[in-house]
Write a protein that binds this ligand. Structure first.
Ligand SMILES: *Cc1c(COP(=O)(O)O)cnc(C)c1O
Length: 308
């Protein structure tokens, strides 16, 4: 079971649980059979609704899918709190709490793909902590090495580990590897990164920086073409629309975000858009002054984009 608007990568299994037709259409005959449940996207909130309300409202679909299919599904996979590739759409931790409870009740494994949100990105070391929940599998990469070298890991529980731990003759092992699995240099980069989390107050500092980003982006909420300013820790996104009251999107062909990107380049800032969404996902060493600068450039870029 996957959520709508999900992204989990582009190898066949990961692509199958990603809801990105642009990437998967070509491989359609090879895709695994999956069940898609509408995401608890807080962008879809109605007047007076909180993100937690949306999470509870949308969870009905997940509950229904689990009730109907629990005996035939391998797992539920989610990106906790932020669907990054899916235009930085965000949802409330309440959904994780409900999902963990329902997966336990239905006997279905829960996979948390924290590849983008892990290692302090959303304010806690792992986004799942905000449920708070513990998944059965947790996918990690990106922040694991601070991006310096490629490395990924899947963490699991002792229960799963024990299911593959047996006498050698029974051949009951979990066989899965790549040529460079456990690459020593990548492992060293990961250890160096983990050392920094231990020696420096990275999470505390991130919370201060995130509060600064929030304060600086606040004025954009009133902009006539900004439908949403959303944030989970060190991910902040500004979504442009043609008509604010109806939330009518700009036609994607107009590439409004590209104007922000191009303006950014003239000012020495890399503001890569996701369609009509401009976002900040800065390295943790960013300073408050640099945040001020980025928000200033983004705001100028938005003016250009909406006038284009
Ligand atoms: C980047 C990303 C992936 C893809 O990871 P690869 O190592 O490129 O396969 C998967 N899931 C999420 C949430 C990501 O952001």
């Amino acid at each position: 079971i996957r959520l709508s608007n999900s992204y989990h990568g582009e190898t066949l299994g990961a692509l199958s649980v990603s809801d990105v037709p642009l990437y998967s259409a070509t491989y359609e005959p090879l895709m695994l059979d999956v069940i898609t449940v509408p995401a608890p996207d807080c962008f879809d909130r109605e007047d007076g609704e909180t993100c937690a309300d949306v999470a509870r409202r949308q969870f009905v679909h997940m509950e229904q899918a689990l009730t109907e299919h629990a005996d035939e599904v391998a797992a539920v996979i989610v990106e906790p709190l932020v669907q990054c590739a899916g235009h930085m759409r965000m949802y409330d931790p309440e959904y994780l709490r409900l999902l963990r409870e329902a997966c336990d009740r239905h006997g279905v494994h829960l996979i948390a793909d924290e590849i983008a949100v892990g290692f302090g990105r959303t304010g806690s070391l792992f986004a799942c902590e905000q449920g708070p929940i513990t998944p059965d599998f947790m996918c990690l990469s990106k922040g694991l090495t601070a991006g310096y070298l490629p490395m990924a890991a899947v963490l699991t529980t002792d229960t799963i580990y024990q299911a593959f731990y047996d006498d050698y003759e029974k051949l009951n092992m979990f066989l899965h590897s790549h040529s460079y699995t456990g690459n020593p240099l990548a492992c060293r980069a990961a250890l160096a990164t983990l050392d920094i989390f231990e020696s420096d107050p990275v999470l505390a500092r991130n919370r201060e920086l995130a509060a600064h980003i929030e304060k600086r982006l606040e004025p954009l909420k009133a902009h006539p073409h900004v439908a949403d300013v959303r944030q989970h820790g060190m991910i902040a996104a500004v979504e442009l629309v043609q008509d604010k009251s109806r939330r009518t999107p700009y036609p994607w062909q107009e590439r409004r975000g590209l104007h922000i990107y191009r303006h950014g380049l003239t000012r020495g800032a890399l503001l890569r858009p996701l369609g009509n969404v401009s976002y900040l996902m800065p390295p943790y060493v960013i300073t408050e002054e640099q945040i001020d600068f980025l928000v200033e450039v983004m705001t100028e870029g938005i003016e250009k984009a909406v006038r284009a």
